[in-house]
Design a protein around this ligand. Structure first.
Ligand code: PLP
Length: 381
């Protein structure tokens, strides 16, 4: 099956009981047993839920994986992956990660003696320098949040394999429509389903997908043992959202390209962070591993004035000032005080994240309207 067909059909069958074409929401916590231990494969809804199972099969198929697991949030999925490790183990992470991923490594798992190193992954050799006998995992996010840096997934998974490390790719920004990390050698793909997969800013959810039987067994064990599972209602909403993933991603990518080009030409705009520009340092790698460049971009103003950046975000009308990304509506955000506030200022600046940086999640409205909104506000500030 090709991608668009999978979004609609993979794992989805008419309900065997009634013929309902859409997967029913099995809103139940438990299942009747005929005799102790004799049941239809469902015992208790933390462990299995049919609505959730359909979504998990669908997500696995989209990422070209055999095993899919969903969680109550992207961070709950991240939490389960880190729990594959034990005290004393070390992880090498990209230095421009989602702020919550940084926080869970540094403020939660550090307490359990899991050590994390944060390095720039634009040059994969930086990773090699940190590998020692305790290293177990490499954690990649590409494109990165919010600086839109690109890491070469294939080159990094090769390093991982050579040292018998698990390689995890957070594929939230790209989605399986644009990028398939498992095909490039990654051991695990993690998603904040909250973003593009859900796609309508109405659900919090996460997912883990893998082709490795042993990893799948462990993640399934952790999903049930720790219990951060999503509700059947949310599974239904995400199944519905995914049916248009390919259409939405095409529109997000097209609009983002137009907005990036507009900002790039504007005299009041400083730097535009968008991997679709040939001048972007990761452009060639992005072209190699992605089908298009996605719906996210960031930019600064030419004078790097924080007050003007704030004014701009307040005055925009079609871009709602809010955390999150990946919904049909456009959003703007201020990473330094919002999504990335958990990272200390000195650490942020070392990695090139300026306080004046504005992040845009480009929605699927008419691009002319989005550009007009930005043009008006840039005029006013
Ligand atoms: C939002 C996000 C997460 C965390 O997901 P939640 O669903 O908010 O828990 C992880 N990684 C990336 C890249 C994100 O954007």
């Amino acid at each position: 099956m090709k991608f668009a067909t999978k979004t609609i059909h993979a794992g989805v069958q008419p309900d065997p009981l009634t013929g309902a074409v859409m997967t029913p929401i099995y809103q139940t916590s438990t299942y009747a047993q005929e005799s102790p231990g004799k049941h239809k494969g469902y015992e208790y809804a933390r462990t299995q839920n049919p609505t959730r199972s359909v979504l998990e099969s669908n997500l696995a198929a989209l990422e070209n994986g055999q095993f899919g697991f969903t969680f109550a949030s992207g961070l709950a999925a991240t939490d389960a992956i880190i729990k594959l490790l034990k005290a004393g183990d070390e992880v090498i992470c990209g230095n421009d990660l989602y702020g919550g991923t940084y926080r869970i490594f540094r403020q939660v798992f550090a307490r359990f003696n899991i050590k994390s190193h944060f390095v720039s992954m634009e040059d994969p050799q930086n990773i090699t320098n940190f590998i020692n006998e305790n290293t177990r995992m490499i954690w990649i996010e590409t494109p990165t949040n919010p600086l839109m840096n690109i890491a070469d997934i294939e080159a990094i998974t090769k390093i991982g394999k050579a040292h018998k490390l698990m390689t995890v790719v957070d594929n939230t920004f790209a989605t399986p429509y644009l990028q398939n990390p498992l095909d490039l050698g990654a051991s695990i793909v993690v998603h904040s389903v909250t973003k593009y997969l859900g796609g309508h800013s109405d659900v919090i959810m996460g997912a883990v997908i893998t082709n490795d039987e042993k990893i799948a067994e462990n993640i399934g064990f952790l999903q049930n043992s720790c219990g951060a599972v999503p509700s059947p209602n949310d599974a239904f909403l995400v199944l519905r959202g995914i049916k248009t993933l390919h259409l939405r991603m095409k529109a997000h990518s097209e609009n983002a390209r137009a907005v990036a080009e507009f900002l790039h030409e504007h005299p009041k705009v400083g730097k535009v962070y968008y991997p679709g520009f040939p001048s972007h340092t990761g452009h060639e790698i992005a072209k190699k591993q992605m089908r298009d460049f996605g719906g996210m971009l960031s930019f600064t103003l030419v004078d790097d004035d924080l007050q003007k950046s704030i004014q701009l975000m307040e005055k925009l009308q079609l871009f709602t000032l809010a955390e999150s990304l990946g919904g049909v509506e456009s959003l703007c955000g201020h990473p330094a005080s919002m999504t990335h506030a958990a990272i200390p200022k000195a650490e942020r600046e070392k990695n090139g994240l300026k306080d004046s940086l504005i992040r845009l999640s480009i929605g699927i409205e008419d691009k002319e309207d989005l550009i007009a909104d930005l043009e008006r506000v840039l005029e006013e500030i």
